[in-house]
Design a protein around this ligand. Structure first.
Ligand SMILES: [Zn+2]
Length: 266
């Protein structure tokens, strides 16, 4: 599937630049955003504005286009060469499976960065998007809200989707088996898988924390549908908000050689 051009624009530019560009490039409406619909004696929204509205809606729903491409220099500055080589070899050999990235131990970090780096490898050929677990669950709950119409469907069809920051959503809704959130997520992942779409999840919880936080059903969904990659890290992350302080190169010590099912320890 070809990645639509406008997403590339959105990744690199802010939404208002993007609106201006859409208008500037559109001849149909003479750069106005609307055109006289003579048949109906009124003005109609032009396709360029419809595209803009759709993108704005996706952004408001928390579908993060900017994050879909992590900067390569960031990766090169964060991980050493050997680590990157190992990830690259892994990507070449295992292209088509759902992956769950978790920290190996409580203090380990980098699961989200590895997930984004892998996602990045597919961005030139496929449509790749990032959404946080929190935004995705919110979308399930706003299924009848016109404002977000089509957003969940859109995510269901993205070739490679990273569900980011699992553990920061409304956990209470995912503690009970058979809850609306769990059922929706299960159906969502199953539907994507049946369409041949790949789903990645990055999570800040270790295996033990997953079991303590989520319902049995949810852990089953994960272990049945995802290969789990506990990411170990030999260097501690500096305690700076969301950003990482780049002090020397960090090394992921146990990236892909500890393949195991999260269920196995129980
Ligand atoms: Zn137009």
């Amino acid at each position: 599937m070809q990645k639509p051009n406008y997403y590339t624009e959105l990744i690199s530019k802010n939404i208002f630049d993007f609106k201006g560009k859409l208008l500037a490039e559109c001849d149909k409406c003479n750069h106005l955003g609307y055109y006289p619909d003579e048949e109906h004696w009124q003005y109609s929204d032009c396709e360029c504005m419809k595209t803009f509205s759709k993108c704005r809606k996706y952004i408001e729903a928390g579908i993060d286009q900017k994050n879909a491409l992590i900067d390569k220099s960031y990766i090169l500055g964060t991980f050493d060469k050997e680590t990157i080589n190992r990830i690259n070899v892994y990507i070449r050999e295992n292209l088509n499976c759902n992956m769950l990235f978790i920290p190996k131990n409580k203090k380990d970090w980098g699961s989200d960065i590895v997930a984004k780096y892998i996602l990045r490898q597919f961005c030139s050929k496929y449509e790749c998007m990032v959404v946080t677990m929190r935004s995705l669950i919110s979308l399930f709950f706003s299924f009848d809200d016109e404002k977000y119409e089509g957003c969940a469907d859109y995510l269901g069809n993205v070739d490679y989707l990273l569900i980011d920051s699992m553990g920061q959503e409304y956990n209470s809704k995912m503690k009970q088996d058979d809850s609306f959130a769990i059922n929706s997520l299960n159906a969502f992942v199953a539907e994507r898988t049946s369409r041949g779409k790949i789903t990645f999840i990055s999570c800040k919880f270790t295996k033990d924390m997953l079991h303590k936080t989520y319902s049995k059903d949810f852990v089953s969904i994960l272990s049945d549908n995802f290969k789990v990659f506990p990411i170990g890290c030999s260097c501690e992350k500096a305690d700076v908000f969301d950003d990482i302080e780049l002090v020397g190169q960090k090394r992921i010590t146990e990236c892909f050689d500890t393949l195991e099912l999260i269920r196995s320890k129980r």
